[in-house]
Design a protein around this ligand. Structure first.
Ligand SMILES: [Zn+2]
Ligand SMILES: [Zn+2]
Length: 640
């Protein structure tokens, strides 16, 4: 007999070699009948999987959270079946579920066009209507190899992932069979609502050396209503796509010659400068002093902190041999700041010492992972490191959190705070960990922030508070963080002389207010859909002369507005067309000047919400917009 552990912590005795389904029936006939799949020690597996002594076991039914993954993966099989019916020569490779749906990578002569997806969807609907039973079956290795003799991809998977098995798990629905560990729903008819979304290219195994395959993205839901909602949200997200807005507003580019590295154009740089200035003020307030450290260093620097091992082994670091040394581009700024701390003898009275930097780092993200500004190889963090005494932790964390809240408020995000605590493989003294976690909790409570706890999710070197921003369409993004570190100071041999005249090791605080500026800008562009608050807008005001006769007056107004970013629309267009263009460019304010305005020495003002007002003096407008920018108000409100 064996014993497994159920979600409520109780244990259940079972015969040896029992499956998940047996487990469910042992609990109750109803549950047994409803079983679709299960989880063994957290991994989603087929209901036929055998459980072992001591396993943590969970049953998945159509009511479980995991059901959607099973449904989506089953839809991937339906896609594959439809594809093979229409394109018998296509080769299937992998078709996993994702958090938003599924994809299937295929090799198909001539690729697929968007219109082809409609035809495939129709065939998929056929298969759903046929309500085919999805059966698990087993093939011997020989049979499986024969079945895939013309598909080198599946043969590769067979050799790697199913090596040694004499019974290889397949799922079968009518004429279609696919190598798969499962789990799946019991019939194709269970798929209520699905949609194929997109075609992309993907290298086999994500490796650029390999063949480029066709990737088809799709999704499925357990109701039409959920699918509709998803598609609406997706459409809204597409409209806000920062890559599209970035191009339309001429903010940045990421050309082929620098994959993953951003070129900020004048408009994008103007936004970035505003962000940097904003952060500098906050850093001053927090008592940080700014430093600049080199991107290029010898690898021995990161061998000292332990980062080398972590980054280099995962292939995430740009590093190379030259002049008989190993060099690298910094993947983070911590080590350079530790060096500055260590460049002088420090006393307990000097602490905290706080160094900030707009530090540009490089990490070798896989090409398939790159995504506009959101996932890049070269990025600049609004980084900072505090070197503090253990008794200063609480105060420092409170201050930092307050400033992070203040900073992020300017962007109108809803915030979620997460505390990540001691993981299993933690390093550093236990006592310090306990005190630090206690201090972080106290800090969170003292600023009255609601937070959730991710137990055991902290880094090995210390606990962390993460700040998540929820954007205008409900997506969540990790931005600022406050992280304590007990390990780098030890690895680096950092010390200060205490009141007792002995040497002590400081605690290091890693913190970022907004995180990577590239990523933050990507998130912010989508959050505002390009309609930046006036303080951030690359062009804050556009002056529209009614005719060329009014150009001179427009110049005079521009001079009066020299503290702002102002352009004059000097193309000989109708006023209507000029307004439309300024509107398309998302300019917060338009100033319209014609003969009437000129004679009265006044201006007419229009904002991007299409509010319009006449008879203002330029001074009135300046008074208002000065305050609006200084207070970082979220949208133009002169005409409210
Ligand atoms: Zn499958
Ligand atoms: Zn750091």
């Amino acid at each position: 007999m064996i014993e497994v552990i159920l979600p409520d912590g109780s244990s259940l005795e079972l015969e040896e070699n029992s499956t998940l389904e047996d487990t469910a029936y042992k609990i109750g006939t109803g549950l047994g009948d409803a079983t679709i799949a299960g989880k063994i020690n957290g991994e989603l597996v087929a209901k036929e999987a055998t459980v072992s002594d001591g396993d943590e076991v969970e049953i998945v039914t159509s009511q479980s959270e995991e059901y959607i993954d099973v449904l989506r993966h089953s839809t991937a099989h339906i896609f594959a079946q439809a594809l093979k019916r229409l394109y018998p020569g296509a080769k299937l490779t992998i078709g996993p579920w994702t958090d938003k749906g599924f994809y299937y990578d295929i090799e198909i002569d001539g690729g697929l066009e968007k219109e082809d997806l409609n035809e495939i969807e129709d065939e998929m609907q056929e298969i759903v209507d046929e309500d085919l039973e999805i059966e698990r079956t087993a093939l011997s290795r020989k049979e499986a190899e024969k079945f895939y003799e013309k598909n080198e991809y599946k043969l590769e998977i067979l050799n790697e992932e199913a090596s040694g098995d004499d019974k290889i798990s397949f799922y079968k629905q009518k004429e279609f069979k696919d190598l798969c560990k499962g789990p799946h729903v019991s019939s194709t008819g269970e798929v209520e609502a699905f949609k194929l979304l997109e075609i992309a290219g993907a290298y086999w195994r994500g490796d650029e050396e390999n063949k480029m395959l066709t990737r088809v993205y799709g999704t499925a839901f357990s109701s039409e209503k959920d699918l509709e909602e998803f598609l609406e949200q997706r459409e809204e997200a597409e409209k806000r796509d920062h890559r599209k807005i970035g191009q339309n507003m001429d903010l940045f580019s990421i050309p082929d010659h620098s994959p993953g590295c951003v070129h900020f154009h004048p408009n994008g740089m103007s936004i970035r400068r505003e962000l940097e200035d904003f952060i500098r003020v906050k850093n001053d307030k927090l008592g940080y002093t700014e430093v600049k450290t080199p991107e290029l260093n010898k690898a021995k620097l990161w061998k000292k902190t332990g980062h080398y091992k972590a980054f280099k082994e995962k292939g995430e670091m740009f590093a190379w041999e030259q002049d008989e040394s190993e060099w690298g581009l910094k993947p983070m700024n911590c080590a350079n700041h530790a060096h500055i701390f260590n460049s002088q003898k420090r006393s307990y009275k000097d602490l905290p010492i706080k160094l900030s930097e707009f530090g540009t780092c490089y990490r070798n993200e896989q090409s398939g992972e790159l995504s506009g500004l959101l996932r890049v190889r070269g990025f600049t963090q609004d980084d900072g490191h505090g070197f503090i005494r253990p008794d200063q932790i609480e105060e420092e964390v409170i201050k930092t959190l307050e400033i992070i809240m203040e900073t992020t408020k300017a962007f109108d995000f809803d915030l979620n705070i997460v505390l990540e605590t001691k993981p299993e493989k933690a390093q550093g003294p236990d006592e310090l960990w306990e005190d630090a976690e206690e201090s972080l909790k106290k800090a969170l409570e003292s600023i009255d922030m609601e937070y959730s706890i991710n137990d055991g999710e902290g880094a090995f070197y210390g606990p962390k508070i993460g700040v998540e921003a929820e954007d205008a369409i409900g997506r969540k993004w990790q931005i600022g963080t406050v992280q304590l570190d007990f390990v780098i100071p030890r690895n680096f041999g950092l010390t200060y002389v205490g009141e007792d005249n002995e040497e002590h090791v400081p605690v290091m605080v890693h913190r970022a207010l907004l995180g990577s500026l590239e990523r933050f800008m990507g998130v912010m562009i989508e959050h505002f859909a390009g309609n930046f608050p006036t303080w951030l807008a690359p062009e804050q005001i556009r002056i529209l002369p009614v005719s060329d006769e009014n150009l001179k007056y427009a110049e005079q107004i521009k001079e009066q507005l020299s503290d702002f970013r102002v352009e004059i629309e000097d193309r000989s267009w109708t006023v209507g067309k000029k307004i439309q263009a300024a509107h398309d460019d998302k300019t917060p304010y338009m100033i319209i000047v014609g003969d009437n305005e000129e004679q009265a020495s006044e201006i007419s003002v229009r904002d991007r919400f299409e509010n319009e007002g006449r008879g203002f003096t330029t001074e009135e407008f300046i008074d208002h917009i000065e305050d609006e920018v200084k207070e970082k108000r979220l949208s133009p409100d002169f005409l409210k």
